[in-house]
Write a protein that binds this ligand. Sequence first.
Ligand SMILES: Nc1ncnc2c1ncn2[C@@H]1O[C@H](COP(=O)(O)OP(=O)(O)OP(=O)(O)O)[C@@H](O)[C@H]1O
Ligand SMILES: [Mg+2]
Length: 370
Amino acid sequence: MTTQTPALLIDDASRHYAGTPAPAVDGVTIDVAAGEFLALLGPSGCGKSTLLRMVAGFERLDGGRITVGGRTLSGPATHVPPEERRIGLVFQSYALWPHMTVAGNVAYPLETARVPRAEREQRVRAALDTVGLSGFDARHPAELSGGQRQRVALARCLVMSPELVLLDEPLANLDVHLRAAMEEEFADFHTKTGATMVYVTHDQAEAMALATRIAVLDHGRLAQVAAPRTLYREPATRMVAGFVGQGAVVDGVVTGPAADGRVRVRLFGAEALVRCRTGQPEGQALVCLRPEDLEPAPDGPIAATVVRAAYKGGFVLVEAEPQAAPGVRLLLRVSGDAQVAPGEALRLAVRDGWVVPEGPSQERLTPARE
Ligand SMILES: Nc1ncnc2c1ncn2[C@@H]1O[C@H](COP(=O)(O)OP(=O)(O)OP(=O)(O)O)[C@@H](O)[C@H]1O
Ligand SMILES: [Mg+2]
């Protein structure tokens, strides 16, 4: 990658809470470039908040190191307290002071840092302007919408000009429309400030929309870190394939050597050509099929039955069961004009797909292998 010092380096970091059976964060390594917008994605309990709290300094590490701008903040013999880390924090519960005005809330960290009054006022104005809240200075939090309150919290974080901003599910309290509007604001804010951002969410659409790269955590471990497109098209594990984007992960057999990034696979008794990493071995494999990889075709090689069809506006999302694999559910989209009903027979062609490098599911292999 780059030879520059990463803005944030999480190096083999672990945290095991006392009395719990497994580490909450287990040997995670991620480097975040200056100005990058990294999303931390994963299901509830996978360790996202713990990892963020480790970076912020609220959690000590049980192993590994965290450096910001080349300076070690957490390590075997180091633990810089949170207030000395110069890291901006925005959490889900934005905790504004209810008795203070908007301007008062935003000015608070500057007062704590003994910034002189004139400079303080100027920086508060600039921060409120950045989040689109000029003119709201004298309001109290109770007189604001949820989205506006969230923006005040963002301004309060911005006002310190942090080089690194950590956000933990900052939109989780907001309704769908407000979330969409705030997503744009975060993107704008990121462009305007050039700050390095680490953004925790369990909402993959939010992560896709905002992040330059997404790190997926699975039971405290880093499953994959990649650009949104790569994560969607080339998931490294079954978990990532299932968690990011729609589709199915199915068993197949690679029947020939990889060439030009593709291999032949046998799926439900039919042959298909799908994408794979270089050097994909032959044999049992997991194949990720996104809805756009499957197409109904009169002469398609896979016989299937429609299990469910849901009109989504513009298209119908079809769940289909291959006749050769009862219980497996494939997803595909058909034109909104098409009449598809459960129980109908369907023939499918596989246009594309991806061999998941992780290989067939561990739990269904003989457990004695490792
Ligand atoms: N203070 C704590 N003491 C003990 N265990 C904890 C503590 N905080 C979190 N955990 C456990 O650590 C694991 C990771 O929790 P964490 O809060 O980091 O998950 P998360 O990915 O942020 O989940 P969510 O999406 O629900 O916020 C969970 O199993 C959780 O129960
Ligand atoms: Mg959390």
